[in-house]
Ligand binder design. Structure first.
Ligand code: NAD
Length: 252
């Protein structure tokens, strides 16, 4: 197993890195990951609350689950790992963050090159007329109603996150695919790499001749192909990487 300082050396030598993050990036901010034994995902049938079929069938039911969840996501704070990645970007060691997370924590921590391949809670499209509501407008509506609606056509809007059964946003996915092919180093943080098509991105880097680094608490299907695998909590390991590269000091 590799260490944070070995990872820092790889970032220095093969970077600037493209970083691919998953739910394990945000567990230390108090947001449970997908396969967590406890928490929000454990008590629900995912296909009843997070699939596009369920939303089309019964949007109110989806919103009864989603509405309270949005407040929880906004109450969470970026952790030391999000802060470290933003500092590494400013110091030129990170080119972009491709994230599967919808929680906005990378942007809130100060990262600017963020590609949200599963969408986010920043926008809420109306499937009926194509208009979009902002997070602020939705939060205001949620104070008085369970399911927010479109101010143009009064249909219930959808959270701007990719639901099961939906395609990923094509422009974000194309940018991500280009970045992972071009990069000298793809660092995967806190992703089980089991959710496709994002799980295919590390293979694109390796086939294009780039190096792969994995930071995760448990095994992933790509460990054997990685130049380095660090088993540890993302927040403290990334903080150590940023310190080793003086990124924190440069930007303090
Ligand atoms: P996943 O739940 O499949 O895998 C998370 C991985 O992170 C696991 O292998 C786990 O061992 C590891 N992990 C957990 N805590 C960690 C930590 N502190 N440090 C290092 N590793 C840690 O997540 P995924 O691969 O992102 O796929 C889940 C899907 O669910 C994604 O599509 C994502 O959009 C969505 N999701 C998003 C959020 C969020 O926005 N924060 C939360 C839950 C799920």
């Amino acid at each position: 197993m590799g260490t944070a300082s070995e990872l820092a050396l790889l970032v220095r030598d093969r970077g600037p890195a493209v970083v691919l993050t998953g739910a394990g990036m945000s567990t230390e901010s108090g947001i449970p990951d997908f396969r967590s034994a406890s928490g929000i995902w454990a008590d629900v049938d995912l296909f009843e609350v997070a699939s596009i079929d369920a939303f089309r069938r019964d949007p109110l039911r989806v919103w009864r689950w989603y509405g309270p969840r949005i407040g929880g996501l906004l109450a969470a704070q970026p952790n030391a790992g999000h802060v470290a990645l933003a500092a590494l970007e400013r110091a030129g060691h990170v080119r972009a963050v491709v994230t599967q997370n919808i929680d906005l924590l990378h942007t809130r921590a100060g990262s600017t090159a963020v590609i949200e391949v599963h969408g986010s809670i920043a926008r809420f499209p109306c499937l009926a007329c194509g208009a979009e509501e902002t997070l602020e407008a939705i939060l205001a509506q949620l104070e008085t109603r369970e399911a927010p609606f479109c101010s143009d056509c009064a249909e219930i809007v959808k959270p701007g996150v990719v639901m099961f059964g939906e395609l990923l946003p094509a422009d974000a996915m194309e940018r991500a695919e280009r970045l992972v092919r071009e990069t000298g180093l793809l660092l995967v943080v806190g992703s089980s790499l089991q959710v496709w098509p994002v799980a295919g991105l590390p293979g694109d880097t390796v086939r294009a001749g780039g190096a792969l680094a994995i930071l995760n608490l448990e095994e992933t299907p790509y460990d054997a192909e990685a130049e380095i695998v660090v088993r540890g909590p993302s927040a403290s390991v990334l903080d150590e990487v940023a310190r080793a590269l003086d990124a924190r000091a440069e930007n303090a």
